[in-house]
Design a binder for this molecule. Structure first.
Ligand SMILES: O=C(COP(=O)(O)O)[C@@H](O)[C@H](O)[C@H](O)[C@H](O)COP(=O)(O)O
Ligand code: MN
Ligand code: MN
Length: 345
């Protein structure tokens, strides 16, 4: 999978990031999102593959592009056998977030990215548009920290695993009312908290790399983003656990319906009956091969954002593969027209 799709998926996230970055700082989050969706879809549909979107644009709204269930890639066509080879005809599942951190783009804030994950058919959990409690940590803490333990306990474990004091740990938490107690507990335990307004995929993946000064992600974000984060952590051997959250009283923001009972019924109708199950990265991204690709829109911990110059743009992307056991940072100069300058720095 990596051999056939590797370079192509980099271009998919690059094109989405470039399109969205043109709207950086314009205060237009919907446009920044929409252009990323269009660019991602257009480039995806030029790939010789047979893909199906399992996580995409909202399951509730009638999204016209990259909607859940949409078939993408040249080899999804009915007559594909005439021009696609057997490798390209293998069905694959794709989770996308063409603009992860639309607010960050709209307000020129760090940490937004175009992102996707790919696996064999059935290899990615088709997470509903619900919330997810998440715990991400570095590879050294994999299987040792536990989402069922308190933040205080997990910080002690993390401190032992990483060989640093709790005071030296930084925990990312989304700045939401629902996290007030969690933030207090983390601070009382002695760790430092980095609050983010949006973009918990970048925060989760940052935990996988030493040197980002982020050691843990705790708290509740969106479930689809949880699966994409899990794919990255599965591919690189980091710790990720997620648990669906369906109680509106707990989340205090509006992604899910106001009736807890109706939310449970909705989960059941999606064949999710063990509603309190804790999923680990291997369950959220269970396929034999898992590929994660992201391209910075605005600069963040992991990647630089898109930088435009007179003859084009420069991007930085990250591809993580469990097949080749690699985390590949790709730096690309995109030339447009007949540039007079090709900017190196
Ligand atoms: O910040 C986020 C927004 O994603 P996007 O809409 O693609 O720009 C995600 O990273 C979060 O995981 C999540 O969507 C968020 O926590 C849910 O929203 P909220 O109800 O405001 O907490
Ligand atoms: Mn997102
Ligand atoms: Mn998005």
């Amino acid at each position: 999978m990596e051999n056939t799709l590797g370079l192509e998926i980099i271009e998919v996230v690059e094109q989405a990031a470039i399109a969205s970055a043109r709207w950086m700082g314009k205060g237009e989050k919907n446009i920044a999102d929409q252009v990323a969706v269009e660019a991602m879809r257009e480039r995806m549909n030029k790939i010789y593959m047979r893909g199906r979107i399992v996580i995409g644009e909202g399951e509730r709204d009638d999204a016209p592009m990259l909607y859940i269930g949409e078939e993408v890639g040249i080899c999804s066509r009915e007559d594909a056998k005439d021009f696609c080879n057997p490798d390209e005809l293998v069905e694959i599942d794709i989770a996308v977030d063409p603009c992860e951190g639309t607010n960050l783009v709209a307000y020129g804030q760090p940490g937004s990215m175009a992102v996707l994950a790919i696996s064999q058919k059935g290899g990615l959990f088709a997470a509903p548009d619900f919330y997810m409690k998440k715990l991400a940590a570095p590879p050294a803490a994999k299987g040792k920290v536990d989402i069922d333990k308190s933040a205080t306990e997990n910080l002690k474990i993390l401190s032992e695993c990483l060989g640093r004091s709790i005071e030296e740990l930084v925990v990312v938490v989304m700045k939401r009312e629902r996290h007030n107690d969690l933030i207090k507990e983390i601070r009382e335990a002695g760790a430092r908290v980095q609050l983010i307004s949006d973009g918990d995929v970048g925060a989760a993946v940052s935990c996988g790399f030493a040197g980002t000064n982020i050691h843990c992600l705790m708290g509740i974000g969106a479930a689809p983003e949880g699966v994409i984060s899990a794919a990255a952590m599965r591919a690189m051997g980091g710790h990720f656990q997620g648990q669906l959250i369906y109680d509106p009283e707990v989340v205090k923001t509006g992604l899910i319906g106001e009736s807890k009972q109706a939310n449970i019924e909705r989960l059941n109708s999606m064949n999710i009956t063990d509603i309190d199950k804790v999923y680990d990265a291997h369950e959220l991204a269970s396929g034999e091969t898992v590929l994660f690709a992201a391209c910075g829109i605005t600069s963040g911990n992991l990647m630089q954002g898109v930088r435009f110059f007179s003859g084009g743009a420069r991007t930085q992307s990250l591809v993580i593969s469990n097949q080749s056991k690699s985390a590949r940072f790709v730096d690309t100069i995109h030339m447009s027209g007949d540039p007079k300058v090709v900017q190196l720095h």
